[in-house]
Design a protein around this ligand. Structure first.
Ligand code: MLT
Length: 266
């Protein structure tokens, strides 16, 4: 079973929200959201396979990650549909979860993510990253990539956020990273799914994201019927770490409008 962090709502508040982390992070990246959103909802933040305290999958895949999230909901006896949110790799898993278990999803939140599969060039890049991690380890990989995770504005003005991201990136096992890189390289194209998504969907992208272009998010918005789209100014890939206040407000607004959630009672 996946390791997880669960924050219960204040008395009288009903909702259940699952937050899936990005690569290469863990449920720890949702620390602030777990605290602040628990005013409105029970927040379940799993460590995806190979990250945090979760075991690796025997055969790493994004589908396997989505199934592991479903298994976690089963073992926590969460039967009511949830609001499924994910940032970047977490978004790939959220879409895959919707493909397999649409009845278990009451709302979707897609942050800094896209529905398309990797291009040949992107797959090639991941294979090179795997070689780098196998040769140089987590530290070298993290030092080399941390600056790309945030936007230009954060990089220039908020070294503390870059440092925080780096600390989280360093807290990984090399095998967890290489498994996830293989899983992302092999993931399916979920673009065909978008027209069939019927639940309310929040889509947010950072204007300065150089990992996944905001245009990808906008194109998902055009295809998902009941979706709203926000482009966050002066923000890169790590929306919630770079702009916690605006991010929190967007999610709170979304949860407060039309998403009727049920409580998690574990
Ligand atoms: C992430 O933030 O999860 C990754 O950058 C996603 C990716 O590499 O496609």
């Amino acid at each position: 079973m996946l390791a997880y962090r669960l924050t219960h709502p204040s008395e009288g508040k009903e909702a259940s929200v699952v937050l899936l982390h990005a690569f290469p992070f863990s449920s720890f990246m949702w620390l602030r959201e777990r605290k602040e959103l628990s005013e409105h909802a029970a927040i379940l933040a799993p460590d995806l396979p190979g990250f945090g305290a979760s075991d690796r999958l025997k055969k790493p895949s994004i589908t396997g990650m989505a199934e592991a999230v479903a298994d976690l909901l089963d073992s926590l006896e969460i039967e009511e549909p949830v609001v499924m949110g994910g940032l970047s790799m977490g978004g790939y898993v959220a879409l895959e979860f919707y493909r397999h278990f649409p009845d278990r999803v009451r709302g979707l939140m897609l942050f800094s993510t896209c529905a398309a599969a990797d291009t040949a060039a992107a797959k090639e890049k991941r294979l090179r990253a795997i070689e780098e991690i196998e040769k140089g380890g987590v530290e070298e990989f993290s030092q080399k990539n941390v600056n790309k995770m945030v936007g230009k504005t954060t990089l220039e003005t908020r070294p503390d956020i870059v440092e925080k991201a780096l600390t989280m990136m360093l807290d990984n096992q090399p095998e967890g990273l290489t498994d996830a890189l293989r899983a992302m390289a092999d993931r399916r194209d979920n673009s065909d799914l978008l027209n069939f998504i019927t639940c309310p969907t929040l889509i947010v992208a950072g204007e300065e994201d150089t990992i996944i272009a905001p245009a990808e998010a906008e194109s998902m918005h055009k295809k998902i019927r009941d979706s709203r789209f926000y482009r966050m100014p002066k923000t890169g890939h790590l929306l919630n770490l770079e702009r916690p206040d605006i991010f929190g407000t967007m999610v709170e607004n979304f949860l407060g409008t039309g998403i009727h959630c049920h409580s998690i009672s574990v």
